[in-house]
Design a protein around this ligand. Sequence first.
Ligand SMILES: O=C(O)CCC(=O)C(=O)O
Length: 276
Amino acid sequence: MHESVRDAFRNDGAVLIEDCLTDTQLAQCREVYDWTVQNPGPNASGMFHGTEKQSHVDNANPLVKDRLDALMPSLPFGRLFAELWGSDHVWYFAEEVFLKAGGRGGRSSWHQDTAYLPWAGEHWANAWISFQPVPKPNSLEIVRGSHRGIQYDGTTFADPDDPTDPLHGGDVLPRLPNIDAELAADPDAYDLVSWATTPGDVVALHPRSLHGGAGVDAACPDRHTLVLRFFGDDATFRALPDVNRDFARNGVLFVEEMAKLNPGDPFRSPVFRRLV
Ligand SMILES: O=C(O)CCC(=O)C(=O)O
């Protein structure tokens, strides 16, 4: 791996890895993706326009865990993230799926995954895999270097009029800036990074980065995206604020395993498959 790729991930919080997956690997990922859309888990949510379902999001679906764990050795992510981070070990956490369809809407508001997940450290990455060619305006967008900046509160994703509606509240974490509103007033208000991607490309994203997912439109009417999450040696447990009862301390994923960890502990549990 070229040093510039490692530098980009370290400094920007995201990097495009072109031609990361072979056609076979991509087809294997797509098969699991389609299965999980057909078999939603307890964290699935969707958005509807009238009777037409416009988007589907699912997160760490327990029904698909065994399939994805079994697929991992066929995929290049263990070696890739070991090299990208300089970590001796790499573990697979879980998946998130995004389905945006029908050529309109579906924007995922700006957020940091670490507002929802009790994670700290350098060795974290989301592998963002889209199965269609994605033009830059429909792609994942990242505020460059924000993984090293302020940890903001999350958004509830619930208020269409306020994409900064606080997840935790209580002024424990600073409220998210309204990045889209600021960009509308001044396109240079944030240093954004995003890429057009073709199938097989992977965007590696540090999940503390401020990021948002563009919606679909006539140029990209459907976007099927699988996100796979990984961590390495420098990954620790960090308790979430305790003001929102639903998210207090451990978040909502693998809650029993998280309850066994103390702040600063290496992020480890037998439930997460080690790849390297
Ligand atoms: O693809 C999207 O629209 C959103 C992606 C995202 O939020 C993530 O990868 O964490």
